[in-house]
Design a protein around this ligand. Structure first.
Ligand SMILES: [Zn+2]
Length: 425
């Protein structure tokens, strides 16, 4: 190990307690999303902590973004440390919102208790531990290299769990991720300390409705069942669409392996009379369903074109229509994200790979996420391609009961991040 590597790792080791305290402080503010609780408390607490360590801090409310209201304001924090001379800017971005607690916990989800080298709580792994790790890495780097050139930025952003529109998307639209301001982005999502996540698959969400005609259930021949029409749609999906998707394989290193193909999930199905209120004890009324709806969640590959993805579904609907008299349908598009994958030769990828080898003594794994995360906004709105997700924590623990993060894993990842700063700045 070189002297600089040793100095950086020593600076991080000296901050182990601070890293734990920072993670615990963040976890103890339950920023549950939805609806977006205590965002302001979290950014205020973090701002005070950062300001005492030399960061310039800005708080930004995503006014008018989806979900933003006076009751549930979408608060974001951007902090910056300027170097001694001009140079590149490395930006760490972490979301500060967490998902609901859910059932099955054996511990207090917001106490951030420590046991056997792990900190437990909602958001430890996804991803307050990652935010704390990036902060400690930056502070250790600055202590070891006060004369560095360039700048380090850190953002703690809202709403990643609900699409990131009140968080990274809002900041990207205002130039916070433009290539003139920021040259390298690391998102410390929990992907395991030895893996570099280059990007994600694409998404297309749509609602499909079949139409029918209401009639008395004892004389269904007088109506037209939207549910039977939808049944034909589902049958055609089983016959033609699912096998087609299973046959499409990507060169992207998507994990887990099952997500290396195109996938489609049917998120919901509703048809006919609405579900009775809970507690209602009567019988349903006999009616032919006049409409039936499904929501589909299609995940696609970098090799696929989104127009082709949509055409497959439209063509399927047309085939069903050609065979069924009176068949009428509508497709409403809900949401789409184009796949993204950073080049393995990009500077942030190469320096992270080299740092993983130095700190962990092993080659990194390169992966692509089956689902999207905030990189989509940095790529699409910010136009910045030099972006990865890299951070401590076990991905499978995200959103689970008894979520935890390993303290040693955070320390190792902080070492990797500090070495990346030394390489890039
Ligand atoms: Zn996350």
């Amino acid at each position: 190990m070189t002297d600089l590597t040793q100095t950086l790792l020593a600076e991080i080791a000296a901050r182990r307690e601070a890293l734990v305290a920072l993670t615990q402080g963040l976890v103890r503010i339950p920023t549950l999303n939805p609806p977006g609780r205590q965002y302001r408390e979290l950014v205020d607490w973090l701002a005070a902590r950062l300001q005492t360590h030399g960061w310039e801090v800005e708080l930004i409310r995503a006014e008018g973004a989806p979900g933003d209201s006076d009751r549930w304001p979408r608060w974001n924090l951007v902090a910056r440390i300027e170097g001694a001379s001009p140079g590149d800017c490395v930006h760490f971005n972490g979301h500060h919102d967490v998902v609901e607690v859910g059932e099955g916990w054996t511990r207090d989800p917001f106490a951030a208790e420590i046991e056997d080298g792990r900190i437990y709580g909602r958001g430890t792994c996804d991803m307050k531990g990652g935010i704390a790790t990036a902060i400690i890495a930056a502070e250790a780097f600055v202590a070891a290299n006060p004369g560095f050139s360039g700048a380090i930025e850190l953002s703690a952003t809202a709403d990643e769990e609900s699409g990131g529109y009140g968080g990274v998307a809002y900041l990207a639209e205002r130039g916070y991720f433009s290539p003139e301001r920021v040259q390298h982005v690391i998102i410390p999502e929990p992907l395991n300390k030895d893996r570099i996540c280059l990007g994600h698959r694409g998404v297309w969400w749509a609602e499909i409705e079949t139409k029918g005609r209401i009639a008395h259930g004892s004389m269904p021949f007088l109506g037209d069942s939207a549910i039977r029409h939808m049944g034909a749609v589902l049958e055609e999906m089983e016959r033609a669409l699912f096998p087609l998707l299973a046959g499409k394989r990507t060169e992207m290193p998507v994990v887990p392996d099952g997500a290396k193909q195109s996938t489609l999930n049917i998120n919901s199905i509703h048809g006919g009379e609405a579900e009775p209120e809970p507690g209602f004890t009567g019988f349903p009324a006999p009616c032919v369903a006049d409409r039936c709806r499904i929501v589909i969640d299609r995940r696609f590959l970098i090799e696929e074109d989104i127009a082709e993805v949509k055409d497959e579904v439209r063509a399927l609907m047309e085939r069903v229509k050609a065979e069924r008299p009176g068949f009428a349908y509508e497709i409403r598009e809900l949401h789409e994200v184009i796949p993204t994958m950073t080049d393995r030769d990009a500077p942030v990828v190469r320096s992270t790979a080299a740092a993983i080898e130095k700190v962990l003594g092993a080659q990194p794994d390169y992966v692509v996420s089956p689902g999207t995360y905030d990189q989509k906004h940095i790529d699409r709105i910010g136009r910045l391609r030099n972006c990865i997700a890299y951070g401590p924590g076990v991905l499978d623990l995200a959103h689970q009961p008894d979520e935890w993060i390993g303290i040693d894993d955070m320390v190792d990842s902080a070492g990797v991040m500090a070495l990346v700063l030394a390489e890039l700045l």
